[in-house]
Design a protein around this ligand. Sequence first.
Ligand code: ASP
Length: 333
Amino acid sequence: MKRRKFIQNASLSTFGIAVGSSVFASGKNLSLISEEKKLQNSSENFPLVIATWNVNDSTAEAWRVLQEGKSSLDAIEKGCNIEEANAEGQSVGIGGLPDRDGNVTLDACIMDSKGNYGAVVYLQNIVHPISVARKVMEDTPHVILAGKGAEQFAYSEGFEKTDLLTEASKKAWEEWKKTSQYKPIINIENHDTIGMLAIDKNGDISGGCTTSGLAYKMAGRVGDSPIIGSGLFIDNEIGGATATGLGEEVLKTVGSFLIVELMRQGKTPQQACEEAIGRIIKKSPDFKDFQVGYIAVNKKGETGYYSIHDGFWVTKYQNDKNENIPSDFYDKK
Ligand code: ASP
């Protein structure tokens, strides 16, 4: 099967989570207008953490770090570390589903409010790729390290070698091998790639993205998550955005950069996410066969989230409340 076909074959049956009514009304009523007024007073809106999927423990950890007065960068790293260390999560860090050869390979990136960025791609045997990405950003003259080089660098920075293939993921892979059907499962469960955005008490924005990528992908495949502008982009003057879902589609439309630029032109985070999803739908007639979800935040602490299909959730921690929120979506059938 051709690569393109394989990518587009991702099953829609995995988008099975029911979604409530949209939190975004298209018409404006008075309470919304007063809500908007309140949003202009930004300091009421942060600190703030928002992440893709239902990852309450991760957002809670990021929030805890922000409450200590630490930077949004620290909050992002520590928040993402929680899910990376969760062996039950089969799409991030340890326990991630392997590629078609049985190797767990991780992609991650981090970006700070000064526009610094670091990433690792195709990293093996390390539980916390986002922390290695931060080290790439802070301790090397480079921005991306790949494969063996990234792994060697991680060891030199004191990271331990760990077998990332858990029994459960090995079993799932062995089951998959019986048919070897080249159908990577996107959004396999209620949490997936973590893309996280945070604003600290100073109003500074950072973001991170960490994933094991598509399950049973081709060896060597790298998705959007570690690539600046695609899986993540931060511009501290404007806001930030991050993505989950079929990375190939996000890469082709440079989704997160697009969202930040749309916000620069005056769009709200919600409008910008919707336009970025619209861009994918316009260019990919096969959009019914894959999922992409975006989240965004602007400098005022306003947020937006939107996906192609039903089933995308976000977790937002703001004003002492850690909430799972169903995202509005395009394909209403
Ligand atoms: N975006 C990730 C990738 O393509 C996968 C995901 O979010 O599920 O690697």
